[in-house]
Design a binder for this molecule. Structure first.
Ligand SMILES: Nc1ncnc2[nH]cnc12
Ligand SMILES: [Zn+2]
Length: 333
């Protein structure tokens, strides 16, 4: 087998890496009874009609995550799998409100994730960043309180804020104040927009929130002015093709707009989103793109996606140069 392509993963929800087997072992450790009899039975429930039907199961299954060690084990398991698929750098989302609402303190979550992330360069050869996301279907007050409660970890390990969860009906502009505070605190800013929501949400993410990257963004193809702006300003898009198919944002992988966006000169990256739920980690995403003949993705496009992943990452110039060299030196054929 050839060595996996060196790449960065920029759109990855750590809670979405909870494999059914790990869910069962954490449930046993914490004395929690799941509503499924086996990991296989749970996996069979991974058939979704849309984003909301996925989120319902995703939030429910988080009940097994209770202790610092649970969060450390979750992140360490992801980093091991990612490293095996060539990931050299991972920018990882987490949803503090999904845990604090269940009575798990943010300290527990950040300490557990932070320990796994700190060990990752030596243990897995992966550098990391941590991005805290606000649930857009929760209130502005809840986002502001969560933001303030996380101040002790600004800079280390939390380097940025994001916006996720149910998109339609929850425009980015609702979160102007908390993103303003994040900018004042020196944090990086990203936002999910244009996944299920309209192109207007991408405009708002850029112009109201000051988002430096758009997560998903695929509905930009419906708005020519937006499409041209994203190219002109080289706004990075963290696209998740397998997620888009599983959540029925796109009917078939063969219809996915990623190749069109890439060929048009957009700074597109390919990512997994919630790999345990959507059929694969980021190496599997690259493989699936290459295997779908209608997409016409070959070695040149894969190399561009890998290079773009480092171009779009929140790395120092020195780190970026070193990683881009690795992409160049990879044995591509
Ligand atoms: N694909 C997705 N969209 C919005 N919120 C999410 N949270 C986890 N995965 C998500
Ligand atoms: Zn996402």
């Amino acid at each position: 087998m050839t060595r996996p392509i060196p790449k960065a993963e920029l759109h990855l929800h750590i809670e979405g890496t909870l494999e059914p087997e790990l869910a069962f072992s954490l449930a046993a450790r914490n004395g929690i009874t799941l509503m499924y009899r086996s990991a296989d039975e749970l996996r069979k429930a991974y058939a979704f009609d849309d984003l909301q039907s996925f989120l319902n199961l995703y939030y429910k299954l988080m009940a097994v995550l209770r202790t610092e060690r649970d969060f450390e084990d979750l992140a360490d398991a992801y980093l091991a799998r990612a490293a095996a698929q060539g990931v050299r750098h991972a920018e990882i989302f987490f949803d503090p409100q999904a845990h604090t609402a269940r009575g798990v303190p943010i300290e527990t979550v950040v300490a557990g994730l932070g320990r796994a992330l700190k060990a990752a360069p030596a243990r897995h050869g992966v550098t990391t960043r941590l991005i805290m996301c606000f649930l857009r279907d929760e209130s502005v007050e809840s986002a502001l309180a969560t933001f303030e409660s996380a101040r002790p970890w600004f800079g280390d390990p939390i380097i940025g804020v994001g916006l996720d969860s149910a998109e339609v009906g929850h425009p980015p502009s609702k979160f102007r104040e908390v993103f303003d505070r994040a900018r004042e605190a020196g944090l990086r800013r990203v936002a999910h927009a244009g996944e299920e929501g309209p192109p207007e949400y991408v405009w708002e993410a850029l112009d109201v929130l000051g988002a430096e990257r758009i997560d998903h963004g695929i509905r930009c193809v419906e708005d020519e002015r937006l499409f041209l702006r994203l190219i002109r300003e080289q706004v990075p898009l963290t696209v998740c093709p397998l997620s888009n198919v599983r959540l029925r944002c796109v009917d078939h992988l063969a219809d996915h707009p990623l190749p069109y966006m890439l060929d048009s000169g957009m700074l597109v990256t390919a990512n997994s989103d919630d790999p345990s739920y959507f059929g694969g980690y980021v190496g599997d995403v690259y493989d699936a793109l290459e295997a779908e003949p209608m997409l016409m993705i070959g070695v040149d496009e894969l190399q561009l996606l890998a290079a773009n992943s480092f171009r779009a990452a929140f790395l120092s110039d020195e780190e970026r140069r070193a990683y881009l060299k690795e992409v160049e030196r990879h044995r591509w054929v």
